[in-house]
Design a binder for this molecule. Structure first.
Ligand code: 3H9
Length: 691
């Protein structure tokens, strides 16, 4: 790249000036890009031989937004708004030529151009809400002026990437180019000049705002309809307010309102946490010991052992990605039920319009149900999803060892068990790996990739790549009981049960956890999943509140009663009977009950999780603190606006957590014994992110 600076080129093509951005990976609007663009537009605007300007990008995408890594740092040079002012006020037509994804600040730059052309595979969106922001360069002002208020509200609060055809229907794109984008854009620019088309400035066009002026209730209705989805988040409301300002204020005043909202959010903890998760998610796929150029094993056919809920859900991931799957069960009834569930899930997507009949047929066409284990012989990857018991898992792996082809990856979906012990049942532990999917496996995006002590690097690289291919967020974890996610969960579960016996009401515990931002409290969650899950059905001597409830036939929502009572519509209410069961059990155990504050509930549930995270880091089970955050945000519903347990811990203050753990240790014993790493970090005044 030459002409303006390392990342911006300005070249004439006849009487059209072409401004190109080349700043890999995603042409984000870094200081260098902004500076180059500004200079290029000043120059092209002033050059009287130039009759139109095309702005286009090299590489995989049009500008994908502001440079998120620059947020929170002092900024210098021209702002995005300065560039937009130059574009919008240019005395000649400016055409944005879009391929890949025009997102955030990228789309905002394009919206300040007079026209937008795009490839048929291009997408556009304002995804700032996903990193806790509002668009800060007029996106909330120009977008509703093109697509109308209702659509704009949907786009800015969902952050959805709109495909080219839909964007054209909405008026976001003026023209879709077949073939070469640069040539198409130059031809379009020439025609604008030749036909003397107007310099369309979106800011001047207020027509699309009229409907909301006549019907201002649209905002209240939108808030109400989406209250559940927006719960806890600051950014959706700010986005709505910015669009309200577009309707009620002048362009200039509303631009200032948008700027104020952006500034407040970008300095706040929610956006900080959401940006942390954005980068953490991408960081998770980087494994120092397994560099990106590590060869991967081709995976063309996948075998699944077990057609239960997990096996079926796992199979769907691969069918969705166009990979043939053979699913094996021991008995015909279970195989038929599993296949029928997969078919039913696809039909439900069909009825919601998410899949077409041919999509469903193609996916089901890739599925081969079988009762013959031997048919797994030509699979490149086999995933075991049988009952969570070591003896059963070992038997499966012994059998697999006998039939799988050399080099096939043999994976276990175990959520707790020792992967090395499973691997030892084979003669090829280097090919054995854990692929821990989360239920429902076709929906949840987390994939814990468990490495055993002998797992080969290329098997790890293959699993990580495949995980991304099927749309998961793969996180590499080491082998231990419960890996990362369930190890943290076990801490919370233990405290929840202890708190209950000490006098906290279960609905108070649920409320505190829910208000923190988790999708559900632990008891409501238990009732949903079935509180008998994993318990021995023949146990005649119940030894915990949970076992007592199961003994009473209160197995959760499915029996109309569990920790809570349920009516016919699964609405829950508090149960006096359960309160009594808890009180009696505590008395029998000699546990004195007392009032427990919300603060204590939260600290006792969450601080031990942070402490466990520190132990996990110390043991090398997770590569970095942010991987633990990704696991809990993607797999367990930790509110993304709190950034995951380790990020949150630093906001609370590691010293405060350590001090409280020490106090709790004195009262309640070694469940609260601080991790040596936590002590060391506090002593050194450092945080997890410095490791
Ligand atoms: C904004 O625009 C604010 C404005 O309204 C106004 C301000 C005043 N900045 O995802 P990938 C990096 S807010 C910095 O793996 P893909 C990413 O970290 C922004 N870096 O690729 C990764 O780095 P590495 C609004 C960014 O092909 C590499 O690029 N825009 C940015 O799967 C590849 O990323 C957004 O929120 C960025 N903006 O997906 C869009 N974007 O290789 C955010 C990416 O070191 N970006 N990186 O790990 C995305 O959604 C996806 O990255 C995208 C590509 C769809 C573009």
């Amino acid at each position: 790249m030459a002409s303006i600076n390392e990342v911006i080129d300005l070249s004439p093509k006849g009487d059209i000036a072409v401004v190109s951005v080349n700043s890999p990976p995603v042409n984000a609007l870094s200081a260098k890009v902004r500076e180059g663009l500004y200079k290029a537009f000043v120059s092209a605007n002033a050059d009287t031989s130039v009759r139109a300007i095309v702005v286009i990008c090299e590489g995989r995408t049009f500008i994908a937004g502001a440079d998120i890594s620059e947020f929170g740092k002092p900024s210098a040079g021209p702002t995005i708004r300065d560039i937009q002012d130059l574009l919008e006020a240019a005395p000649k037509p400016v055409i944005a030529a879009i391929h890949g994804t025009a997102l955030g600040g990228g789309l905002e730059v394009a919206l300040a151009a007079h026209y937008r052309v795009a490839t048929k595979s291009a997408k556009a969106g304002l995804p700032e809400v996903n990193i806790g922001l509002v668009p800060g360069a007029g996106g909330t002002q120009r977008l509703p002026r093109i697509v109308g208020v209702e659509t704009a509200l949907d786009l800015v609060t969902s952050g959805r990437h709109v495909p080219a055809q839909e964007a054209q229907r909405m008026g976001l794109f003026d023209h879709l180019v077949d073939g070469d984008l640069r040539e198409g854009a130059i031809a379009f620019a020439s025609s604008v000049v030749a036909e003397g088309k107007p310099l369309l400035r979106i800011r001047d066009n207020n027509e699309k705002l009229d409907a909301a002026k006549i019907f201002p209730e649209i905002f209240a209705e939108f808030r109400k309809a989406n209250a559940k989805r927006f719960r806890g988040f600051d950014a959706p409301e700010a986005n709505i307010q910015a669009i309200e300002a577009a309707v009620n204020e002048s362009f200039e005043v509303a631009m200032e309102i948008e700027r104020g909202l952006f500034r407040k959010l970008v300095a706040g903890t929610q956006s900080g946490a959401q940006r942390h998760v954005f980068f953490a998610e991408r960081q998770a796929s980087k494994i120092p010991e397994v560099p990106e150029d590590t060869p991967t094993r081709p995976i063309r056919k996948v075998g699944i052992v077990g057609a239960g809920t997990m096996g079926g859900g796992i199979a769907m991931n691969f069918l969705n990605a166009g990979l043939p799957v053979i699913i094996v069960e021991a008995d015909q009834g279970a195989l038929d039920r599993g296949t029928a569930t997969i078919q039913r899930n696809y039909e439900s997507s069909l009825s919601k319009g998410k899949l077409s009949p041919s999509d469903v047929a193609a996916r089901m066409g890739l599925l081969t149900p079988s009762l013959q284990f031997d048919e797994l012989a030509d699979c490149d990857l086999v995933i075991e999803a049988v009952f969570e018991r070591m003896d059963i898992k070992k038997e499966v792996f012994e059998k697999l060892d006998g039939i799988a082809k050399p080099g096939a990856i043999l994976a276990s979906n175990t959520s707790y068990l020792d992967l090395d012990e499973i691997a030892a049942a084979t003669s090829r532990p280097q090919d054995v790996i854990g692929l821990h999917f989360f239920s429902p496996a076709n929906v949840m995006t987390l994939l814990e990739v468990v490495r055993g002590s002998a797992t080969a690097k290329d098997a790890i690289a293959s699993a990580m790549t495949l995980g991304k291919k099927i749309g998961k967020v793969p996180v590499l974890v080491g082998n231990c009981h419960g890996f990362v996610g369930n190890r943290l969960l076990a801490q919370r579960q233990r405290e929840v049960q202890k708190l209950l016996l000490e006098g906290a009401k279960l609905w108070d515990i649920d409320r505190v956890i829910y208000d923190f931002g988790m999708p559900m409290g632990p008891f409501a969650m238990n009732d949903l999943a079935g509180i008998d899950l994993g318990l021995d059905p023949n146990n005649k001597t119940p030894n915990s509140v949970r076992e007592l409830l199961v003994h009473l036939g209160r197995r959760g929502q499915k029996t109309g009663a569990g920790y809570y009572d349920y009516d016919g519509n699964r609405n829950r209410s508090n149960s006096e009977l359960v309160e009594q069961v808890v009180r009696d059990f505590a008395a029998q155990r000699g546990i004195a009950q007392r009032e427990i504050s919300d603060e204590e509930i939260l600290e006792r549930c969450l601080y031990p999780m942070v402490n466990e995270g520190a132990k996990i880091l110390e043991e090398g089970i997770a590569l970095r603190a942010s991987d633990i955050d990704v696991v809990w945000v993607k797999g367990y519903g930790w509110p993304v606006y709190r950034g995951g347990p380790m990020h949150w811990a630093e906001l609370v203050g590691l010293k405060r957590i350590l001090d409280r753990l020490r106090e709790l240790q004195k009262i309640h014993g070694d469940d609260f014994k601080p991790a040596p790493l936590l002590e060391r970090l506090v002593a050194e005044g450092r945080g997890f992110k410095t490791l």
